[in-house]
Design a protein around this ligand. Structure first.
Ligand code: GUN
Ligand code: ZN
Length: 428
């Protein structure tokens, strides 16, 4: 019999989305113990029952810590790790001043490997067990990321960022080379171990119509791949897209008309949408990826999450490192809560936690594998210390229930709150 692991603590799973009608707390359930075998969760139950079922299992007791699925970050740029928290710019200036010069440095495969490893170690320390990352235009930056994720046993999504205009010399490919390099990388990595490829046009301003069409054609050849890009993040960007694509009905149409809109499409930000775009996104079942720390940090605007959920959109949550100002999905949940308050809805802690786990996993079409704790799911887990600092401890000590005890950690927690991380059942 293969080795088994039995973990005890306060284990939280979701039966359904806490955004569904009714009390959000009804969506979640607590368990005493879970059993892991060959990287997967095989049973949930009382400690007594699982001890009896698996007397041979190695035991880990997490005491009062809250164990949830590992966090899923649905939109990041690992190459921007070293320029996170760069001062004073809005999107287009920020790209030109900080981002593009740094992405240029990843032409060196050794530097790309260094940054990929640094990024994954930082995010694991923050409880993130899966991310979907943009790379740079350099194919070796994708190889570096997948190798680093593979070495850590992670489920991960990534793709070569494609740009053939409005980017500096040295950071431009062509329609043909973007197609060829993406295809080669996809054939090498997609479906290997826990890795999947995402076709990745950066955004409409940095691609010619020919490049968008080439990547749309590639997606139609490999429809089980994800496609990730940016959409309507800042109003200046929306105006720029209008001038670059005068024939398009709107920003979304620049993707739609080139074969880049679909259910497996991930659209980062998606703040400034008109009614037609929202209808079309919902109609195809695309995912809108909310990046709240980025939206406040670069000054992009307020994403109305409650309105988007109410109209039936699929939503993921993400840091958008390094436009986002944190590697932490805890800090990201806090920013989502704050933007919710500014747009008229106080998100419940169950809803925040669901977005950072199951919601993002569903956006990545991985909801049956990761993002929740249930028999058959991959054992990517995080244990949260709900009293990780004196400030948090004194507040959670006053709590009357689980959600009140958790909320201070969602609002004020950081990597000190991460008491344990498991990747495919192995403690990190
Ligand atoms: N739009 C196009 N590229 C980027 C990027 O790297 N970060 C953010 N936040 N927005 C973008
Ligand atoms: Zn982004």
């Amino acid at each position: 019999m293969p080795p088994r692991t039995l973990i005890t603590g306060h284990i939280l799973s979701f039966d359904h989305s806490p955004f569904e009608a009714g009390d959000p707390t009804d969506a979640a359930r607590l368990h005493e113990a879970l059993l892991i075998e060959e990287g997967r969760i095989t049973a949930l139950g009382t400690a007594q029952a699982l001890h009896a079922q698996a007397p041979d299992a190695a035991r880990t007791d997490m005491g009062n810590h809250l164990i949830t699925a590992g966090f899923v970050d649905a939109h990041v740029h690992y190459p921007q790790t070293a320029i996170i928290a760069s001062w004073g710019k809005r999107l287009i200036d920020w790209l030109n001043t900080y981002t593009f010069p740094e992405e240029m440095r990843l032409s060196d495969p050794a530097y790309a490997a260094d940054i990929a490893g640094r990024y994954l170690d930082l995010t694991l320390a923050h409880g993130t067990t899966t991310c979907a990352s943009f790379c740079t235009i350099h194919p070796a930056s994708v190889t570096a990321f997948f190798e680093a994720a593979q070495a850590r046993g992670l489920r991960a999504v990534a793709g070569k960022t494609c740009m053939d205009r409005n980017a500096p010399e040295g950071l431009r490919d062509t329609a043909q080379s973007a197609y060829d390099d993406s295809k080669q990388l996809l054939q090498t990595w997609h479906g290997v171990d826990r890795l999947s490829y995402a076709i990745t046009p950066r955004f409409s301003p940095t691609s010619t119509p020919d490049q968008l069409a080439a990547l749309g054609a590639l997606w139609s050849e490999y429809p089980d791949c994800l496609m990730q890009t940016h959409l309507s993040e800042q109003t200046d960007e929306v105006a720029w897209v209008k001038s670059l694509y005068p024939e398009a009905r709107d920003y979304l149409d620049t993707y739609d008309s080139h074969g880049l809109l679909g259910a497996r499409g991930l659209y980062g930000h998606a703040i400034h949408l008109d009614a037609r775009e929202r209808d079309r996104l919902r109609e195809v079942g695309a995912a809108l990826i909310h990046c709240p720390t980025s939206n406040t940090f670069i000054g992009s605007g307020l994403f109305n999450l409650a309105a988007r959920i109410a109209e039936g959109q699929r939503i993921g949550l993400a840091t958008d490192t390094g436009g986002g100002s944190s590697f932490s999905m805890l800090r990201t949940m806090a920013a989502a809560y704050e933007i919710g308050q500014l747009t008229g809805t106080a998100l419940h802690p169950a809803q925040l936690l669901w977005l950072a786990t199951a919601g993002s996993a569903q956006a990545l079409h991985m909801g049956s594998k990761i993002g929740n704790i249930a028999p058959g799911m991959e054992a990517d887990l995080v244990a949260l210390d709900l009293a990780s600092t004196p400030a948090i401890a004194q507040r959670s000590a006053r709590a009357d229930d689980l959600w009140e005890a958790l909320f201070p950690t969602l609002m004020m927690g950081d990597d000190r709150a991460i008491a344990g991380v498991w990747v495919a059942g192995k403690a990190v």
